[in-house]
Design a protein around this ligand. Structure first.
Ligand SMILES: [Zn+2]
Length: 60
């Protein structure tokens, strides 16, 4: 998913809760940024396991 598409998704989603069920590699100008974007809400994080890390942090 392109960075611009992700920011559109984020604007549309409007900070509602999301458990990020599906991630897509983020691209900017045709190159992978190393970030993964949630295809539902557009939130992005570094690496394909950021959702898991975020959930682990929430537990502790
Ligand atoms: Zn999400």
């Amino acid at each position: 998913m392109k960075m611009s598409e992700a920011s559109k998704l984020r604007a549309k989603w409007d900070n509602k809760p999301c458990n990020h069920p599906d991630l897509s590699k983020e691209y900017h100008l045709g190159a992978a940024t190393g970030d993964y974007v949630c295809t539902t809400c557009g939130e992005c994080g570094f690496g394909r396991d950021w959702v898991k890390r975020e959930k682990d942090e929430a537990k502790s």
